[in-house]
Design a binder for this molecule. Structure first.
Ligand code: CAA
Length: 258
C-alpha cells in the first residue's frame, strides 16, 4: 500500500510509521490522519506485527492539526464533520502497543497524538506544547484531558492557558515521557524497545496494555478487580504456561502468541 503523507516500514515484528509532510512540519491534515488510520488497520490485521513505533522528523513529530485546512471552518463544518474524531482516534483503538518516538516539535494535535500512544520516548530535542490558545481555540484531540492525566493539573493548566512549550528534560520530570535519548539514536532506540515488546507474548502484552489503560477510566477498586480478572485469564493462555516453565527450566521462553 502506498501513502502520500506517511512512510511505512516493517523491522522484524515491529511496524514503523513515519509522519512525512516535511514542508508543513507534519501538520496533521485530513489526508495524513486518513493515511495513519489506514496503516494502523494494516498493522492491526498483520499477525507478524506485534508492536508499532510512530515517529516524525528530526524537526517535528507534528506541529499540530493543519491550521491552513481549518482556518475557514465554521461551527457547522466542525460539528457535522465531527472534526478531530474519525481517524484521529484510531491510535486509541489500536490493540497492540504503539510507542511514540518524538523529536522536535510535538505541538497541539502533535502532542495529543503522542499522548494517545502507549508511551512516549523523547529525543533530547523534543518540545511539547498545547499552543491552541494562541490561535483563539483550545485543544481538541484530548489535550485538556490526557495532558492533565499525564502531568497533573498545575502544569497542564499553565501549558493550556499560556501555550508554553516544555523541553525534553521538563517533560521527563513531569512524567509525560518515559525517557530521553539522544536525537540521533531516537528511532533505533524506539525500534529496539518495540522489538523487546514484540518478542513477548502478543496476547499477554495486549492484556497488560488494556489493564494499564483501565487505570485512566475507572475507580481504583474497579481497576484492581479488572486487573485481577485479567491476571486470572492469563492462566487460559498457552504462553503463560510456557513463560513460567521456561523460567524454571532456565531457558528462553518460546512464545507462540496463543
Ligand atoms: N498547520 C499548518 N501548517 C503548519 C503548521 C500547522 N499546525 N505548523 C507549521 N506549519 C507550516 C508553516 O505554515 C510553514 O509553512 P510555509 O513554509 O508554507 O509558510 C511551515 O510549516 C514551516 O513552519 P514555520 O515557518 O512556522 O517554522 P518555524 O521553525 O519558524 O516554527 C513552529 C515552527 C514553532 C512549530 C511553528 O510552525 C508553529 O508555531 N506552528 C503552529 C503550532 C500550532 O499552533 N499548533 C496547534 C495547531 S491547532 C491544533 O492542533 C488543534 C488540536 O487540538 C488538534
Amino acid at each position: 500500500m502506498t501513502y502520500e503523507n506517511i512512510l511505512v516500514e516493517t523491522r522484524g515484528n515491529v511496524g514503523l510509521i513515519t509522519l512525512n509532510r516535511p514542508k508543513a512540519l507534519n501538520a496533521l491534515s485530513a489526508g495524513l490522519v486518513k493515511d495513519l488510520g489506514a496503516a494502523l488497520d494494516v498493522f492491526e490485521g498483520d499477525a507478524n506485527i506485534r508492536c508499532v513505533v510512530l515517529t516524525g522528523s528530526e524537526k517535528a513529530f507534528a506541529a499540530g492539526a493543519d491550521i491552513k485546512e481549518m482556518v475557514g471552518f465554521d461551527y457547522m463544518d466542525a460539528y457535522l464533520k465531527n472534526f478531530i474524531t474519525d481517524g484521529w482516534e484510531r491510535v486509541t483503538t489500536f490493540r497492540k502497543p504503539v510507542i511514540a518516538a518524538v523529536a522536535g516539535f510535538a505541538l497541539g494535535g502533535g502532542c495529543e497524538l503522542a499522548m494517545m500512544c502507549d508511551f512516549i520516548l523523547a529525543a533530547d530535542t523534543a518540545k511539547f506544547g498545547q499552543p491552541e490558545i494562541n490561535l483563539g481555540t483550545i485543544p481538541g484531540a484530548g489535550g485538556t484531558q490526557r495532558l492533565t492525566r499525564y502531568v497533573g493539573k498545575s502544569k497542564a493548566m499553565e501549558m493550556v492557558l499560556t501555550g508554553r512549550q516544555i523541553d525534553a528534560a521538563e517533560s521527563e520530570r513531569a512524567g509525560l515521557v518515559s525517557r530521553i535519548v539522544p536525537a540521533a539514536d531516537l528511532v533505533e532506540e524506539a525500534i529496539k524497545t518495540a522489538q523487546k515488546i514484540a518478542d513477548l507474548s502478543l496476547p499477554i502484552v495486549m492484556l497488560a496494555k488494556e489493564a494499564v489503560n483501565r487505570a485512566f477510566e475507572t475507580t481504583l477498586a474497579e481497576g484492581i478487580r479488572f486487573e485481577r480478572h485479567t491476571f486470572h485469564s492469563t492462566f487460559a493462555i498457552e504462553d503463560r504456561k510456557e513463560g513460567m516453565t521456561a523460567f524454571i527450566e532456565k531457558r528462553k521462553a518460546a512464545f507462540k502468541h496463543r
